[in-house]
Design a protein around this ligand. Structure first.
Ligand SMILES: [Zn+2]
Length: 153
């Protein structure tokens, strides 16, 4: 999709958030991680929220988590949004909570604690991030197929 076809608002990166948006453009979710205490930090900050250390490093994250909270919008913020539309707060396995659209799920099927994974949508040179349901992970050593695995192995 090109920006001229896209009718919803697009993010405008700040100096602080620019590395995040450069990563999403490549289909990578990155979070700041504190070199001093190891905490993951969201939203982008000049210093760690836990220890106030200033050595924050942009670190790729797998983008998996669970639905912490959600809301179903029935009145669109602009006519460009299709409703009903699910906006969720996703708690990443690393700890931070991000707000994002939930996609590929019926609103009535969304549950607190539902496992989700990040999904990217490229609009021009902007990488938007959403979350979608993910299957429960197979126990170690089980024969369950992992997402993306081919049946032939
Ligand atoms: Zn820290």
């Amino acid at each position: 999709m090109t920006p001229s076809q896209w009718k919803k608002p697009l993010p405008v990166p700040s100096e602080l958030s620019r590395p995040f948006w450069e990563a999403t453009r490549q289909g990578i979710l990155k979070l700041q991680r504190c070199d001093d205490c190891g905490a993951f930090v969201w939203t982008p900050q000049p210093a760690c929220r836990r220890c106030l250390g200033e050595r924050l490093r942009w670190t790729p994250a797998p983008g998996r988590g669970t639905v912490y909270s959600f809301s179903v919008l029935h009145r669109p913020p602009t006519p460009a949004f299709q409703v009903p539309h699910v906006v969720a707060i996703v708690e990443l396995t690393e700890g931070p909570r991000l707000m994002a659209d939930l996609i590929e799920v019926r609103p009535e099927a969304v549950r607190i604690g539902m496992p989700v994974e990040v999904a990217f949508e490229i609009v021009g040179d902007v990488g938007l991030y959403h979350f979608r349901p993910r299957p429960l992970e197979a126990p170690p050593g089980s024969a369950w197929l992992q997402p993306g695995a081919s049946p032939s192995g």
